[in-house]
Design a protein around this ligand. Structure first.
Ligand code: ACM
Length: 531
């Protein structure tokens, strides 16, 4: 048989080669048969034996290699803690040459999985033991998430005693389709406390999302402490949409969020939007305006009215100061500098600004990301363009200009991925300028062909933004994000041949009790047969 592109070329292990027989189960799920599993995102290949189970008890040991590194040790601890009741438990170390005792779960780092990339894994469940193999710790982590979803939802009730945890015997071979599987939180329009961001990260990890883009500054508020520019938070963070108290992350809180995300194999991508969407910055540092006059703080929801002065050196000194601290706080390679919806500058002023800011970002050794509007600037191919407009306006979009110079594109079309759009006309929260987005509408599109002029190999993935004009508390964010973010997660991970709306909605229905056990305020869309 022919392998789908980018499946690991499984030349190395007879065990894995044995999995390459056709997999009717996944196909049946895609066609809408009752699911034999409810894994989301759908794995590349999953096979169950006709019979047989592996039972997990409170004493089931988790083994890692004797010389396992810290990242592997953490995945082992996460798994052991998930399976056992009560407090954190560590995995045990065992030399690779030593057979694990019957009844154990083993995590194995295997260099021979080179074609599985950093995130692929193989999960092998037998009656006498379970093995997860991966080249990197990220792959082991995703294997653990799959194992978690093969277990009953009672696994999510951490304090429950004597849970009956039984796995079906079978094998999963899995590699993500896209490298970029993202979500975005707008913490500028309304401030979202760190604990709530962590909750979002927890749910993202369950669905194998790997990028959290934080929109940290907009007209209504500046949400990240910048030590060299203290008035950004002293004044610029002091309010939000509707005039509430606002708020911001100290650098210590921000570093803690970055570490919390990294422990779940999620990278935080910070965004400071500029030159527009900057009223909070202009109000805090009047040298950023052309007339030197600070505007008042803004608590409405209009866009397009603010802009940094492109002809003053003090503007670029400010950008350098901010980018310097942002780069220092960011272990990952990406800084998002916004660039959207600028109405107050000429085209030449705007493009010149973007080109200069890109140089400032690159001077810090980082790659710039910007919204679709930046594509006509003379950009370096290492910069990434995030497409956000909808079908109707896609003809006006210029992401293809960036693809033509070898640059990559993230797909966030507003009419499919904007989680702040209402589900239907009865949804109370959210907006509707990009359209109503049902769960099916969020799920049923193809990222690699959405923009006809951007070739598939330039699309590095998908991201679902959640703008927060109408959102005040965690329950509001969750109501709009779930389950649509779960649909986007499947688009990011699963190949088209294992995807399908009927199969997805059947599997998603099984996640109702799990999301409820996790305390997620998801929308019980009537499109989904919730359990
Ligand atoms: C955007 O929605 N203005 C990126």
């Amino acid at each position: 048989m022919r392998l789908p592109p980018r499946l690991p070329v499984l030349r190395m292990l007879p065990l894995v080669a044995a999995l390459l027989v056709p997999a009717p189960i996944t196909a049946a799920v895609a066609q809408g048969a009752a699911p034999r599993h409810a894994i989301i995102p759908a794995p590349n290949r999953i096979e169950f034996a006709r019979s047989g189970t592996f039972t997990i008890t409170d004493s089931t040991p988790v083994f890692i290699a004797a010389d396992a590194d810290d990242d592997t040790e953490r995945v082992g601890r996460q798994l052991a803690t998930m399976l056992g009741p009560g407090a954190t438990r560590a995995a045990r170390r065992l030399p690779e040459a030593v057979r694990a005792p019957a009844g154990a779960i083993r995590l194995v780092r295997d260099e021979r999985f080179e074609d599985a990339g950093a995130e692929g894994y193989v999960l092998d469940v037998r009656t006498d033991g379970v093995t997860i193999r991966a080249r990197e710790a990220a792959g082991l982590f995703y294997g653990v998430q799959t194992l978690r979803q093969l277990l009953p939802w009672s696994i999510e009730h951490r304090a429950a005693l004597a849970r009956r945890l039984v796995l079906p015997v079978g094998e999963v071979v899995d590699v993500p389709r896209f490298a970029w599987r993202g979500a975005m939180l707008d913490v500028a329009r309304h401030f979202l406390p760190p604990a709530d961001v962590k909750r979002y990260l927890d749910v993202m990890a369950l669905y194998k999302l790997n990028m959290l883009h934080l929109h940290l500054a907009d007209d209504q508020g500046w949400r990240l402490e910048i030590l060299s520019r203290p008035n950004l938070t002293r004044h610029g963070a002091s309010t939000q949409v509707g005039g509430g108290a606002g708020g911001f992350y100290t650098q210590a809180e921000y570093r803690d969020l970055v570490a919390y995300a990294a422990a779940r194999h999620i990278m935080i991508v910070p965004e400071i939007d500029m030159p527009g969407h900057t009223n909070a910055a202009l109000a805090s540092y009047p040298e950023l305006t052309c007339d030197g006059v600070a505007p008042p703080l803004y608590t409405g929801i209009r866009v397009g009215f603010s802009a940094m002065c492109p002809s003053k050196e003090s503007t670029y000194k400010f950008v350098e100061d901010v980018v310097l601290e942002l780069a220092e706080l960011t272990p990952g390679p990406y800084l998002h500098l916004g660039g959207d919806e600028v109405e107050k500058l000429t085209r030449a002023e705007y493009l010149g600004f973007i080109e200069r800011v890109e140089k400032i970002v690159r001077a810090q050794g980082k790659n710039m990301i910007g919204w679709g509007e930046i594509a006509p600037a003379n950009l370096d191919p290492s910069t990434i363009v995030q497409h956000w407009r909808s079908d109707a306006r896609a003809s006006r979009d210029s992401a293809h200009l960036h693809a033509e110079r070898g640059g990559s594109v993230i797909m966030s079309p507003g009419n499919r991925t904007y989680l702040d759009m209402k589900y239907d006309s009865t949804t109370v929260l959210g907006l509707r300028w990009a359209g109503l987005i049902s769960v099916q509408h969020a799920y049923s599109w193809e990222p690699s062909t959405f923009l006809p002029r951007v070739p598939a190999d330039k699309v590095i993935g998908v991201e679902a933004p959640l703008w927060a004009e109408t959102l005040e508390k965690r329950a509001d964010y969750e109501y709009l994000a779930f389950p649509r973010l779960i649909a986007i997660a499947e688009l990011g991970w699963s190949r088209a041949n294992v995807r399908g709306w009927d199969g997805f909605r059947a599997r998603l229905g099984e996640h109702g009790p799990r999301l409820q056990a996790l305390g997620v305020n998801f929308y019980r869309s009537p499109e989904i047969p919730w359990k």
